[in-house]
Design a binder for this molecule. Structure first.
Ligand SMILES: Nc1nc2c(ncn2[C@@H]2O[C@H](COP(=O)(O)OP(=O)(O)OP(=O)(O)O)[C@@H](O)[C@H]2O)c(=O)[nH]1
Ligand SMILES: [Ca+2]
Length: 786
C-alpha cells in the first residue's frame, strides 16, 4: 500500500510534496494530478483535469479469476483492418466482418497472458486506457476498439461476442459510457450505442437469475414484475423477498429497500426469516429488522409484546387476528422523515418533499432512464462548527433551481432575525464590559489626578455609556437571552423593537463597541455581515437572499438531519470540452447531512447510513488554535475534538470498506490565520517545521514563484496527518479536498471530486474484475446462483 502524499512529506522535501496541491487562488479539486492508490486493489487511478483516467486492469498471476479462464475464442482475431472510419463503414461492417460461423457456447473470458496489453495490437501497458467487452472481458486500446467492436449493435462487445448475453457482473455498467468511447465517437453515436446496450433484447436480465421468495422467476413473472406500475428499480440478478400484501421489497436477508406494486403474482410465498430480522415483531409473516422496528416506534406504533402486524398497501395496520385497524403507518406527519432518516422506503405516492428534507420523489414526468437510475447517497458529517451546514446549503444553491421553498425561506427569515437579536445581545454584553473597564481606568487616573491636586470633574461617563432608555432595552434584551427565551419573543415582536434597534445601532457607544468586536470572543465572524444591515433585516418585509441564507447560522433542520437530492448540472461538451455529461446528467445524488450531536453516543445512529456510497467528513482548518469543551467538560483543542469524531466514524463497523472524502474547510480563514498563529499551537501538529524560502514569505501566489506558501505547506501537512491516521486505522487511502465553504466554485469542485470517487467505484468492476476487494462488494449485493 502506498500513501502517495504521505510518503513524500518530509521536513526537507515539502516543496515537491506541496506541488501536488492546488494553488490557493484556485482551490478547485481535483488538482491537476492527484494520484491515489487504493490499498486493497492493485488498480491505480489518476484523475487529471483532462478527464483521462488511466487504470490498471489489476490482473496478475496470483489471481484465480484470470487463471481459470480459458482460451479466447478464435473469433477475436477476426478484425477488420480495412475499417478505419467507424461512421462511414459501419453499415458494411456487420455483414462483412462478422463472417464466422455461429457457435453454441458463448465466448469465454480471455486468459490474461498479455497483462495490461491491448488484446488486439498487443501493445500498451497497465496504464493504457482500454475498453472492455461486456461478454468476454477482452480489453482494447483506443486504436483498436472500434475495429474490434465494430458498430456495436448491442453495445460494447467484440464483434464475435454479438448475440451473446453479457457477463452478469458487468450489468451495473450497462449504458455507462467510458471516457474513451466518448472521445472516439460523436455524441449521437455514443447515445445510440448506449441505448442499444441497455435495451437490446439479448442484454436483458435472464428471468431465472432473479429469485423472489426463494423461487426463480419465469419469463412471464419477470415481465409482470418489470412492467407493473411501480417496479423495483434497477433490477439485478439476485435473491429478493417480496411482501405481496404491503408491497415491501428487499434483498434476501436485508431490510426493505423499496415499496413496489403489491399483489403481483411473482415468486414464492414469503418466509419468516426473509429479511433476517431478529426483533420478534412480525409484519405480514416476516420478522422485521431492527431499523424497521425503530421506524415503527418513532412513528408511534405500539410494539410491546412481540406483536404480529398485518400491514396493507395503504399503510393501514392491525394486529393479526383482530379486526380493527389500529392506524396508518404513513398517516403520521413525521414518518416519512423518519423513513428517509433510516433509509427505509416509503410508498411513492406519499413521498413528497417535506421541509428541508426532500425524499426521493419520483414523478411520472421523469424520463425512464432517470427512474431506473439509483440515487448515490453522500453522507456529510463533521464536528460542530466545521461548516457542514454551509456546504449543504451551498449544494442546494448550486444544484437546485429553487434552493429553498417559500416555507423554508419564511422560517429562515425568523432564524436570521433571531440571530441578529442574539448578536446585538452579545455586542451589548461587550459594551458593558468595555464600559466597566474604562470606568475602572478612569477612576484610577482620577484618583491619581486627585492626589496631584488637578481634578477636572469627569463624572462616570465613558464612550461606551448609553442613555437610560437604551440601557433599559439592553438590560431587558440581555435578561431575555440569559433566560433562553429569545426566540419566543423575537422576532414576533420585531415591529415594536425595530426603532429601538435602529437607535441603538446608531448610538456612538455601540459604534465604539463594534470597533472592538474582535475582542468579543462570543461574537461569530459572520455577525458583522448581518449586524451591519440589522435595521433592514429586522423589518417585516425583509426577504433573505441566498447569500444571507448561506451565511446564516442555525438554518438546517431542527433535528439536525437534512437531505437534498440533485444531479450535477448538465454541461454541454462545447462548454467544457468534456464529453462526460451524458453520464453525469443522468446520475442522481442525495446529499445527507446530520449534526454530530444527532449521531448519539458513540455514533450509534451511524448504522442507519449503511447504504451511503461515500462519507464526506468536514474539518475546519482554522480550528487548530480554537478550544471547546469535550464530552467530559474538559477544555480541548477543537482540531483534536474533530480528530476524535473522525476516528470514531471511520472505524465504525457500518463504514467498513467505505470511501471517505476529507474536506479541509475554511481555507480562506486558515490562510490568514497561519500568518499570525503558528500551527504548532495544536499539539498534534507539533512537528510542523517547514523550511520557508526567504524571498517570498507568506505569499499565497505560487504561480509566479514555485515556492509554496506557508498556508499551502500547512494545509498539506494537515492533509497528510489525516491520511496517515486514516490509513493506520483502516488500511485504506483517504481522499482529501481543500475547500472554501463560502465560495460556491470551491464547494462545487469538491462535490464533483466526490462524484469522481463514486464513479470510479462504479467503473472499477468493469476494469478490474480480478480484484477481490472489488468483487466482494458486488457479490454481496446479489448472487447469481439461484
Ligand atoms: N471563513 C469561512 N467561514 C466559513 C467557511 N465555511 C463555513 N464558515 C462559517 O463557519 C461557521 C460554522 O459553519 P456551519 O456551516 O454552521 O458549521 P456546522 O458544521 O454546521 O456547525 P454546527 O451547526 O455548529 O455543527 C458559519 O458561520 C459559517 O459561515 C469557510 O470556508 N470560510
Ligand atoms: Ca450550523
Amino acid at each position: 500500500m502506498q500513501h502517495s502524499i504521505a510518503a513524500e512529506y518530509t521536513g526537507s522535501s515539502v516543496s515537491t510534496a506541496a506541488s501536488e496541491l492546488p494553488s490557493s487562488d484556485t482551490p478547485s479539486l481535483p488538482s491537476p494530478a492527484i494520484t491515489f492508490d487504493r490499498s486493497n486493489c492493485s488498480g491505480r487511478i489518476t484523475v487529471s483535469p483532462t478527464s483521462v483516467i488511466a487504470f490498471d486492469d489489476g490482473a496478475d498471476e496470483s489471481n484465480g479469476v484470470s487463471e481459470s479462464s480459458s482460451e479466447l475464442s478464435s473469433r477475436h482475431s477476426h478484425e477488420c483492418s480495412m475499417f478505419k472510419n467507424f461512421i462511414v463503414e459501419k453499415e458494411s461492417f456487420d455483414y462483412e466482418d462478422n463472417d464466422c460461423e455461429p457457435v453454441d457456447s458463448p465466448p469465454v473470458r480471455r486468459e490474461s497472458i498479455r497483462k495490461g496489453k491491448c488484446y488486439r495490437c498487443l501493445k500498451g501497458n497497465r496504464l493504457t486506457e482500454k475498453e472492455t467487452c461486456l461478454v468476454c472481458d477482452a480489453k482494447y486500446c483506443a486504436n483498436c476498439v472500434l475495429r474490434a467492436m465494430g458498430s456495436m449493435p448491442e453495445g460494447r462487445k467484440c464483434v464475435g461476442c454479438i448475440g451473446y448475453s453479457i457477463d452478469e457482473s458487468k450489468r451495473g455498467s450497462l449504458g455507462k459510457c467510458s471516457r474513451m468511447l466518448r472521445r472516439l465517437l460523436n455524441i449521437l453515436e455514443v447515445r445510440q450505442v448506449m441505448k442499444a446496450e441497455r435495451f437490446c433484447e439479448v442484454n436483458q436480465l435472464p428471468p431465472n437469475y432473479v429469485c423472489v421468495n426463494g423461487k426463480s422467476l419465469s419469463f412471464e413473472e419477470l415481465v409482470t414484475l418489470q412492467n407493473c406500475s411501480n417496479p423495483p428499480k434497477k433490477l439485478k440478478p439476485g435473491n429478493y423477498w417480496y411482501d405481496k400484501v404491503s408491497g415491501f421489497w428487499g434483498k434476501e436477508g436485508q431490510k426493505p429497500c423499496s415499496i413496489i406494486t403489491p399483489h403481483l403474482n411473482v415468486g414464492g410465498p414469503i418466509t419468516q426469516d426473509a429479511s433476517n430480522g431478529n426483533t420478534q415483531v412480525f409484519i405480514n409473516g416476516r420478522e422485521i429488522t431492527k431499523v424497521e422496528l425503530r421506524m415503527l416506534q418513532l412513528a408511534g406504533v405500539q410494539c410491546a409484546g412481540n406483536p404480529h402486524f398485518w400491514v396493507n398497501e395503504d399503510g393501514s395496520y392491525q394486529e393479526e387476528g383482530q379486526k380493527n385497524t389500529r392506524g396508518y403507518i404513513w398517516g403520521k406527519a413525521g414518518t416519512k422523515l423518519v423513513c428517509a432518516f433510516l433509509s427505509l422506503p416509503v410508498p411513492s405516492r406519499y413521498s413528497t418533499s417535506c421541509g428541508f428534507l426532500s425524499s426521493n420523489v419520483v414523478t411520472r414526468t421523469v424520463p425512464d432512464y432517470v427512474e431506473h437510475g439509483i440515487v448515490h447517497k453522500l453522507l456529510l458529517v463533521g464536528y460542530s462548527g466545521s461548516g457542514t451546514s454551509t456546504i449543504f446549503k451551498q449544494a442546494k444553491i448550486l444544484y437546485k433551481s429553487i434552493p429553498f421553498s417559500e416555507d423554508e425561506r419564511g422560517n429562515i427569515k425568523l432564524t436570521i432575525q433571531t440571530n441578529v437579536y442574539a448578536y446585538l445581545g452579545i455586542l451589548l454584553e461587550g459594551r458593558e464590559r468595555f464600559e466597566e473597564e474604562s470606568l475602572r481606568n478612569l477612576k484610577k487616573s482620577q484618583s491619581l489626578l486627585h492626589t496631584t491636586g488637578t481634578s477636572p470633574k469627569l463624572g462616570d461617563k465613558t464612550i461606551y455609556s448609553i442613555g437610560t432608555r437604551l440601557k433599559a432595552f439592553s438590560d431587558w434584551l440581555l435578561k431575555t437571552m440569559v433566560s433562553g427565551k429569545l426566540d419566543a419573543i423575537f422576532p414576533a415582536a420585531t415591529r415594536e423593537y425595530t426603532p429601538l434597534v435602529e437607535e441603538l445601532w446608531n448610538d456612538s457607544a455601540i459604534k465604539a463597541t463594534y470597533e472592538r468586536r474582535n475582542e468579543i470572543e462570543m461574537l461569530p465572524s459572520v455577525a458583522s455581515y448581518f449586524l451591519e444591515r440589522a435595521v433592514q433585516i429586522l423589518t417585516t418585509d425583509y426577504e433573505p437572499s441566498d447569500l444571507d441564507i448561506l451565511y446564516a447560522e442555525g438554518v438546517t433542520s431542527s433535528n439536525g438531519l437534512a437531505s437534498v437530492e440533485f444531479s450535477f448540472p448538465q454541461s454541454t461538451p462545447e462548454e467544457t470540452g468534456d464529453t462526460d455529461y451524458l453520464h453525469d446528467s443522468l446520475a442522481r445524488y442525495e446529499l445527507i447531512t446530520i449534526h454530530a450531536r444527532g449521531l448519539g453516543d458513540n455514533c450509534k445512529w451511524l448504522e442507519m447510513f449503511e447504504d451511503v456510497g461515500l462519507v464526506i467528513f468536514c474539518v475546519s482548518l482554522s480550528d487548530y488554535n480554537q478550544f471547546s469543551t469535550d464530552g467530559n467538560g474538559c477544555v480541548t483543542n477543537k482540531m483534536i475534538l474533530s480528530r476524535k469524531l473522525f476516528e470514531t466514524i471511520v472505524t465504525h463497523p457500518t463504514f467498513e470498506k467505505m470511501d471517505f472524502l476529507l474536506i479541509l474547510n475554511k481555507l480562506d480563514e486558515f490562510e490568514q490565520k497561519i500568518e499570525q498563529v503558528p500551527l504548532t499551537q495544536c499539539d498534534w501538529f507539533s512537528d510542523f517545521h517547514p523550511v520557508i524560502s526567504h524571498n517570498r514569505p507568506g505569499s499565497n501566489n505560487n504561480s509566479i514563484n514555485n515556492n509554496p506558501s506557508i498556508s499551502q505547506l500547512a494545509s498539506h501537512y494537515i492533509a497528510v496527518k489525516f491520511k496517515r491516521l486514516y490509513s493506520s486505522l483502516t488500511g485504506q487511502n483517504l481522499y482529501v479536498s481543500l475547500v472554501k465553504g463560502l465560495e460556491p466554485d470551491s464547494v462545487d469542485a469538491s462535490l464533483k471530486y466526490g462524484k469522481e470517487i463514486l464513479k470510479w467505484n462504479e467503473e472499477k468492476p468493469n476494469f478490474s474484475l480480478s480484484d477481490d476487494s472489488m468483487h466482494s462488494i458486488e457479490e454481496s449485493s446479489f448472487s447469481i446462483d439461484c
